[in-house]
Structure formats: structure tokens, C-alpha cells
Ligand binder design. Structure first.
Ligand SMILES: Nc1ncnc2c1ncn2[C@@H]1O[C@H](COP(=O)(O)OP(=O)(O)O)[C@@H](O)[C@H]1O
Ligand SMILES: [Mg+2]
Length: 246
């Protein structure tokens, strides 16, 4: 469903992705882990077409997107639900208006309200449609952001560090939600995180991003038992080891 082939991206002299390869199958639930600054957000932005690679190809449902014209690209990325780091809600819109934002086309008010309420129920926040984002806690904002993503009934949902900045209990509420959304029929989930508790809990498969490449992929159990010293250092959270610190 999603394939990145030899994708490279630099910003000036900063080489972030270095001929990266990754395949994500339909219906899969995959987590990409990596240090802060390793290029996780840059990678996601390539998949939704917000960034173009310097070299390489990106296929979504068999369509190569790096050469697509804007209009066709927009149409394709409509299929994506995106949960941005920090939530990225519009502060001047209510919760309900935020959720309705991506689904306004071709629907009447009644139908939109129904979808908004159903999405809020799904994330365990019924009846908060009229609140403003400023009235919400960090965890509620993340959940509203997930509600906005699932309201679009996306085929692909991507989360950028969904548990970062949350207390462990709220992080687990989000983990459970990521699992629940991942079980919706036909949906493919890509989660980006440096939270190993979350990665082990929500993923069917884990891919490790390091030095611009995916250096290992496997089941959570495989990653836990890896012999790769770089991966070991990261998952064990040690300052000593082969990883160069900047
Ligand atoms: N638009 C941009 N312009 C220049 N540098 C960028 C841009 N976006 C990201 N970077 C750089 O790319 C690297 C990876 O960033 P990012 O993908 O945000 O890391 P993370 O893994 O923490 O999400 C960082 O060194 C960052 O400074
Ligand atoms: Mg990031």
C-alpha cells in the first residue's frame, strides 16, 4: 500500500534521509521509532506529499506521488488521516468545527453533526463539541485530533508522536485508542514515536530509523531481542553505546 524506494532528503548540508527503503502493507499497524531529530516527521511528511524527496520514489496504492500534479496529489492525500504532533487544532474553531473541517464537502449539516458526534464518542469524549481547544487538556487535544482524523474515514492514518508530553496514564489511553482505530476495517496505521512502551504496546511491526535509513524491522518481540547494538542502545535508553550524540 505504501512503499518508499531509495528516498533521500537533505536540508542544506544536513542529510536527513539517505536512500531509505520502507514497505507498509495494507491493514498493517507499523511503528517507526527513532531518536529526536532522526527524521521521523520528515519521513511522514514525504508520505503525505508535504515534502518532496531529492531522490527516490514513493508509492501510495501503486501510484508514484513525487511526480504527481498538485490536484491529483490533494485527491490522494484526502485519504489520509493525520494526527500531528501537538494536535494542530485551530484555536479559533470549536472542537466540533475542528472535526468537521476535513469533511465539509458534499455533506449537509445534519450528516456532519452526526459524524462529529460519532467521532467524539469513538475517542471517549462525547458532548464536548462546543468547547474551544483552549479549554482542553493536552490529552483531550490529542483525542480530538484523533477524532478529526477518523471522521474522514481514512484508509491510512498516521500519528506523529501521539503520546509525547502526556502522563503515563493518558499515554495509555491514547495507546488503547490507537489500537482500537487500527482494528477498524481496512485501515492502515503508521505511528511515529520514541516512546518504547507505546511502540511495544500498539505495533504489529516496528521499524527503526537511524542515520537516514530503516536499519531494522520486526515484530515487537524481535526488536526487544535484537542483537543490533544501535537498536539495543535506543530501546534500552542508554547514553553509552555506538550511537553518536549530537
Ligand atoms: N523544513 C525543514 N528545513 C530544514 N531542516 C529541517 C526541516 N524539517 C526538518 N529539518 C531537519 O531535519 C532533521 C530531522 O527532523 P525531524 O524529522 O523533525 O526529526 P524527528 O525525528 O524528531 O521528528 C532535523 O535535523 C531538523 O532540523
Ligand atoms: Mg518529529
Amino acid at each position: 500500500m505504501i512503499e518508499l524506494k531509495n528516498v533521500s532528503k537533505s536540508f542544506g548540508s544536513n542529510s536527513v534521509l539517505k536512500s531509505l527503503n520502507l514497505k507498509v502493507c495494507k491493514g498493517e499497524n507499523i511503528t517507526i521509532i527513532g531518536q529526536s531529530g532522526s527524521g521521523k516527521s520528515v519521513l511522514i511528511k514525504h508520505i503525505i506529499g508535504l515534502l518532496k524527496p531529492d531522490a527516490g520514489e514513493i508509492f501510495i496504492d501503486g501510484i508514484e506521488i513525487t511526480t504527481l500534479k498538485e490536484k491529483k496529489l490533494f485527491k490522494l492525500i484526502e485519504k489520509f488521516g493525520m494526527v500531528f504532533q501537538g494536535g494542530a487544532l485551530f484555536d479559533s474553531l470549536t472542537v466540533g468545527e475542528n472535526i468537521a473541517f476535513g469533511i465539509r464537502e458534499k455533506k449537509d449539516k445534519h450528516e456532519i453533526n452526526g459524524i462529529v458526534n460519532e467521532s467524539l464518542d469513538n475517542v471517549g469524549l462525547p458532548g464536548i463539541s462546543d468547547l474551544m481547544p483552549s479549554e482542553l487538556s493536552g490529552g483531550m487535544k490529542k483525542r480530538v485530533s484523533i477524532a478529526r482524523a477518523i471522521a474522514k474515514k481514512p484508509k491510512i492514518i498516521m500519528y506523529d508522536e501521539p503520546t509525547t508530553g502526556l502522563d503515563p496514564i493518558m499515554a495509555d489511553v491514547i495507546n488503547e485508542l490507537v489500537i482500537k482505530v487500527g482494528e477498524m476495517p481496512g485501515i492502515t496505521s503508521i505511528i511515529i514515536t520514541h516512546d518504547m512502551v507505546s511502540a511495544y504496546k500498539v505495533s504489529k511491526r516496528i521499524a527503526v530509523l537511524y542515520d537516514g535509513k530503516i536499519i531494522e524491522t520486526g515484530l515487537p518481540e524481535d526488536i526487544k531481542n535484537t542483537k543490533n547494538e544501535i537498536v539495543r542502545q535506543f530501546i534500552e535508553g542508554r547514553s553509552e553505546g555506538p550511537i553518536k550524540l549530537r
